[in-house]
Ligand binder design. Structure first.
Ligand code: NAD
Length: 333
């Protein structure tokens, strides 16, 4: 069977996913939800979506009565994910949600609970969890080829443009760079080390308080401690370009990736040489894998479900708390 997906929020990322889905073999774009009528007719033309599978934000609860849609992929601004996911669950459809899944862990847990109560599954767009170079480093670490893991470093950032965009609006974004790009270092620290942090420290710096208002972080550096004694040191910023780098160090070896989370091609090397895995379109692979997870119960190597996303949100909450208090925050995930 093929997973039949409707995309909600036809912006930059939704359009990228729609394009990538044209190459899927196990998932198909069959529907769209938008507040802009012209976008819906454009998508009908571009992607062969039937008009009967198109909805707006006032009508999409009716998707409940549409047997031709299995899942709704939410690609709207962060602050809308929670309420939309609850509505999709209520309509009896599987929820696929973009990262960050919600604005905080409380919201995230509500989404997990609502999907469970509705008997639908909840997956989050963690495309790196299916990326071949990333999976090879995880395989090497699990096989003991790096030895005991000692340290992870994640650098994630870009220089953000238009000051009026939703990414710089506290209500819609939930924060600043950490919510948007720093989350890759948070999630990466977890899948690269294979451990959950037990403490967090963090420091914020801001060079432009006009562009980056109260509650919208420009740059945050944060550190994790793990149960094994390994540590991580990360940087999240909206004020530097070309910042997309992971480094994992162990007693017997190391891995380095740059770019590490961009759309690709991902490049990297280890103490054994260049990583030469196939270059993929992340969104195509992700949607085929999501099909296997939702329809066939496949277990991914690194989880992509709501509980996985809640862990990232708990860490984000802890980083913001550490920034505010200047103190170490203990975590138990
Ligand atoms: P975008 O601004 O390009 O698109 C957002 C869409 O939501 C627009 O079409 C907009 O019209 C629509 N929208 C609906 N209600 C809205 C409202 N009340 N206010 C503003 N917009 C509204 O943003 P994007 O870059 O596509 O990001 C969307 C989501 O996808 C975000 O959660 C982001 O973090 C995520 N994202 C993920 C990746 C990834 O690699 N996984 C990449 C980019 C974005």
């Amino acid at each position: 069977p093929v997973l039949r997906v409707a995309i909600m929020g036809l912006g930059g990322y939704g359009t990228r996913v729609a394009g990538a889905m044209q190459y899927c073999t196990k998932a198909k774009l069959v529907g769209a939800i938008s507040g802009t009528p012209k976008k819906l007719t454009d998508w009908q033309d571009s992607f062969g979506i039937p008009a009967k599978n198109c909805y707006n934000y006032q009508t999409y609860h009716q998707i409940k009565n549409n047997p031709d849609i299995d899942a709704v992929y939410i690609t709207t601004p962060n602050g809308l994910h929670h309420d939309m996911a609850l509505a999709v669950a209520k309509a009896g459809k599987h929820v696929i949600c973009e990262k960050p899944m919600a604005l905080n862990a409380v919201q995230g847990q509500e989404m997990v609970d609502a999907c469970k109560a509705a008997g639908v599954k909840l997956l989050v767009g963690y495309r790196m969890h299916f990326e071949p170079h990333t999976l090879e480093v995880i395989r090497m670490r699990k096989a003991g080829e790096l030895g005991k893991i000692l340290f992870f470093r994640g650098l994630c950032g870009f220089k953000i443009g238009d000051p009026k965009q939703w990414r710089l609006n506290k209500e819609l974004a939930g924060g600043g760079s950490l919510m948007d790009i720093g989350i890759y270092a948070i999630n990466g620290a977890r899948y690269m080390t294979g451990e959950e942090p037990i403490w967090v420290t963090a420091q914020e710096t801001k060079t432009d308080p006009v562009k980056f208002k109260e509650g919208v972080d420009e740059t945050i550096q944060f550190q994790f401690g793990f149960p094994s004694g390994a540590t991580a040191s990360c940087l999240s910023t909206y004020n530097q370009n070309n910042l997309d780098k992971f480094f994992l160090n162990g007693e017997k070896g190391w891995a380095e990736m740059q770019p590490s989370t961009g759309y690709g091609p991902i490049k990297g090397r280890t103490h054994k040489g260049e990583l030469n895995q196939p270059v993929t379109t992340h969104q195509t692979v992700q949607m085929d894998e999501f099909s296997d997870i939702l329809l066939n119960g496949k277990q991914p190597v690194v989880p992509v479900d709501g509980n996985e996303a809640v862990k990232d949100l708990k860490i984000i909450d802890a980083i913001y708390a550490a920034v505010k208090t200047g103190k170490k925050v203990e975590l138990s995930l």
